[in-house]
Design a protein. Sequence first.
Length: 403
Amino acid sequence: MVATVSLDAVLHKHRIRPTIQALQSEIVQWRRQIHQKPELAFRENLTAEFIAHKLTAWGIPHQTGIAETGIVALIEGHQKGKVLGIRADMDALPIQEENEVDYRSQHPGVMHACGHDGHVAIALGTAKYLQENRDSFRGSVKIIFQPAEESPGGAKPMIQAGVLHNPDVDAIIGLHLWNNLPLGTVGVRPGALMAAVESFDLRVQGKGGHGALPHQTVDAIVVGAQIVGALQTLVSRIVNPLDAAVVTVGEFKAGHAMNVIADYADLKGTIRYFNPQLEKTIGDRLETIVSGICQSYGASYKLDHVHLYPPTINDPAMAELVRSVAEATIETPLGVMPECQTMGSEDMSFFLREVPGCYFFLGSANPYFDLAYPHHHPRFNFDETALGMGVEMFVRCVEKFLA
């Protein structure tokens, strides 16, 4: 069962102002239109057209085609002042949707399975409200609709294209609808919220041969297995126990027959950590372990190690601003959840390295309506009540930061 939009009482309880309550049905409609037409990284053309159409209709100046499909809108208050950025990601995932809803994906094999459709809808609702209430704040709000968060990452090319300048952004905020938290909660904390992510792609080259004559071979499976075991020491013996980190080998492919010793093995994996100082430490030791084991067995190797996203680290002052806004907005026994770190990663981290900012989670799970499947699941969906809450959170952050 999917929640309907008869939510006035719920929104009122959470101190959502009547003008934003009145926007709720439109925001839901926008989200569902975007959900029906999901697009992969750097191909968000229909989504960008939809956003640009709305911004034009509301008289909001904006630039399109930034980093392929990105859009930046600027809303100016009643007088000059600081500039606050708001970021929303637009891309979907290569997943076949299994939800039986009338707004399910119309694009086979592509689905909004992480809430980015909701992020766009919340940003549009915020833009519409702010444009209609420009006399309520001074300064400017720059809304950044970003492509390709899921990879390879659209934040960095947008920054390189100058989206944080003209006018210069003083601080930035963003949110993620989060089915790991119940509806009516906000996850926010200073410092590291989400982890850095690195990937590695390794080919171990041995010497194949008969399974009964191992002495004539260099067994790539044995070498690869030794590497998998040794990589566990990256966390258990190299990383400070007070620093959280993960090294996962997610793929191990080798061999073609039970009586043939494999001549090569392919391993792929991911590295996650919160402490930026681990960026060089883990990468360097990864190469040392692979090189040493391969040399000891007489194998060779090719290793591609890529730094994808740095840790998502919140500025303490901006995190406090978001926390205070959440406490004033969300009315539940749980409320603000400070212990909300995750080893998931986000390229919002690139924006937070350039200007002070805060990224936070907005709880969106509602098991009562079967809306609690995890992110990236083919039946992922969320309680759309969170959309109005997200607009209220953003608007209050604007009003408080630009006061």
